[in-house]
Structure formats: C-alpha cells, structure tokens
Design a protein around this ligand. Structure first.
Ligand code: ZN
Length: 333
C-alpha cells in the first residue's frame, strides 16, 4: 500500500516537473514492477532510458519529435504571416478567410500549406499570377527554426520523448513569445510599426512563464520565490527606461514608442545581463546596417531604419547564446 502511494507520488512528480516519458513511465506505472512476465520486458531493463527503450527507438523518437516541432512551427509561422499582413492592411488578425492580397480571391486550403504551397505555385498567385511575397515562406521557416531552437535550449529532454507538465508549459510560453517576436520583426521591417497585438501576446507569454516558475517553486518548496522577480523587473525598468530616454531626447526621431515597449518586454523576458547584451548587440547591428546603407547610398543619413528588427535579432542571440557569450566574456576579461 505504502509502495503504491510512493509510486503514484513519484510518477506525479515526474509528470509535473521532469523526466516524464509516456513510452517508459506509463508501462512502468501500469504493470507490476516485481513481476517481469507482466511487465513489458523491453521497457524494464535498468533505469537509463537509452538502455530501457533501445538506441533505435530513441532515434526514431528523436526524429518524430523534431519533425513534429518543425510542422507545428510552420503552422505557427503561417499564423504569424497572417497577423503581419492583416495588421498592415488594418484588418483583424483572426477573423475572415485568407485571401490573395492582390486579387482578393479566397484561397483554398491547398494554397495555404506552409512553404510547400509557395514552391508548388512557384511564388505566384493561382488566380492573378501576381508574385507572392517571399516573406511568407521566410517567416514560416524562421518560426519553425525558432521552435526547434527553443526546444533545444529550454527543454532538450523533449527530444527523448519526455513530456513533463511544467517544462512543457515553459516551452509553450517561449514558443508563443518567439512567434510574437517574429511578427514584431517582420511588421516593423515592412510597415515601420510594431503591432500592439504582438507585444501584448508576448507579454502574456512572459507573464505565464514567470507565473509558471512561481507555481513550480510553490509545489516544490512550499512557497513561491518572489525575490526571483527582482531580476526581470529591474531589467525591464532599465531597458524600457533607456529607450524611453532616447525616445524623449530625440522626440521620436531615433526610435518610435513601439521600440520602448519592446525593450521593456525584452527586459522582462531575458533578465538583467542578457538584456544588456541584447541592447548592445541591437545597437551594434543598427550601426553596422546604417553604415552599409549610407555607403551604398541607398538611404540618406536622416531616412528612417526600423529599429525593431535589430532589437529582435539581439534578443534572439541573447536568448539562445547569452550563457555562452557571458561566460566567454567573463573568462576573457
Ligand atoms: Zn491573386
């Protein structure tokens, strides 16, 4: 009886926090642990999942999960495209059927398959033969790549078939945040505006992330660690304050108010040192791009370059590589 209770508790623990692998945990949970005849022998060899399930199955699992995440990312990317273009045309992101932006014909489902449709149609609308923006497949592929990168960075065990509740919640929040940042990047690039809808979506994802961390602390240690919020809050105040000062000093000429809100959100998502790195990288990219533009005589010194894409680029590099970069910097310096 006591043993059963312990098994249930430890299964619940692994389901909530770590190492929950349906292919391993469920058979172990359902079948008697002492009786090899009832237990699936394949699943019960030792405690190492590689030995239990076998390298071949792990490989299969890895590719299955990777391809699933890619497909999921492509679908999210096509929603992001939809949000970008409808934002530019002043429509709501969610209602109405998808139409060709040029001839306004409603599109069938087979014209809306991420990436594939673009190449099957050779980049032209089926009805009016006008070119389809290359931004559609680019955003879809970028979001799919970001989804895989986030899984690798925040929950690598998912590739071995682990599906625990809190890590998966955290990963989903990062996915939503990253899709919103893809919208910010492309909308600012294309329309010189950062949609509030994308910033609010990103904010909700980050708040869910922080709330999830507090809930996890509460379940593990009996009380949420509110002191951990000091780092993201100070980072948001610093980054948001810095950009607000630049916005006010230049009266909106150097950057728009959207950049101020974006910097605030980045601080909240990254924490203090990573957001410092992200802002530094964004300014570096902006300066390099400005010099390239001026020397190529494409733009004059005074013509606007949207700053949002540089901020998002800095954010992504910092999000995925900050630990490595900061380690390298601290060791080198
Ligand atoms: Zn058309």
């Amino acid at each position: 009886m006591e043993k059963t209770a312990k098994t249930i508790t430890s299964s619940l623990f692994s389901f909530l926090f770590r190492d929950f692998n349906p292919a391993v945990s469920i058979p172990r949970f359902l079948f008697c642990r002492r009786c090899d005849k009832i237990n699936l022998r394949y699943f019960s060899k030792g405690s190492d999942p590689f030995k239990r399930v076998g390298p071949f199955f792990m490989d299969l699992m890895f590719w299955f999960i990777l391809i699933s995440i890619l497909i999921f990312g492509l679908i999210a990317g096509s929603f992001a495209n939809c949000a970008i273009f409808r934002f530019g045309e002043g429509e709501s992101a969610l209602d109405g059927r998808s139409r060709c932006p040029k001839c306004r014909r409603e599109l069938a489902w087979y014209d809306l398959i991420p990436v594939a449709s673009f190449f099957i149609l050779r980049g032209k609308c089926r009805y009016c033969q006008k070119p389809i923006s290359w931004q559609y497949p680019a955003v879809e592929l970028a979001v799919a790549g970001l989804f895989c990168a986030a899984a690798w960075r925040f929950y690598p065990a998912v590739f071995a078939g682990h599906f625990s509740f809190f890590p998966l919640l955290e990963l989903s929040a990062w996915w939503i945040f990253l899709a919103a940042m893809a919208v910010v990047f492309a909308a600012d690039w294309r329309w010189y505006l950062i949609p509030d809808g994308a910033l609010i979506t990103g904010l909700i994802a980050v708040l869910a992330l922080r709330a999830g961390a507090l809930a996890q602390d509460f379940f593990l240690f009996g009380r949420p660690d509110f002191a951990a919020l000091a780092d993201p809050l100070s980072a948001a105040a610093f980054a948001g304050g810095l950009f607000l000062a630049m916005f006010l000093a230049s009266r909106g000429k150097w950057m728009g108010f959207g950049d101020v809100k974006l910097a605030f959100l980045m601080g909240l998502a990254l924490g203090f040192w990573p957001v410092l790195l992200a802002v530094f990288l964004a300014n570096l990219f902006g300066a390099i791009m400005g010099l390239v533009m001026v020397s190529a005589k494409k733009k004059k010194m005074s013509s606007p370059i949207p700053f949002g894409p540089f901020l998002v680029a800095g954010l992504l590099i910092s999000l995925f590589f900050a630990p490595a970069i900061l380690d390298w910097y601290l060791l080198a310096g």
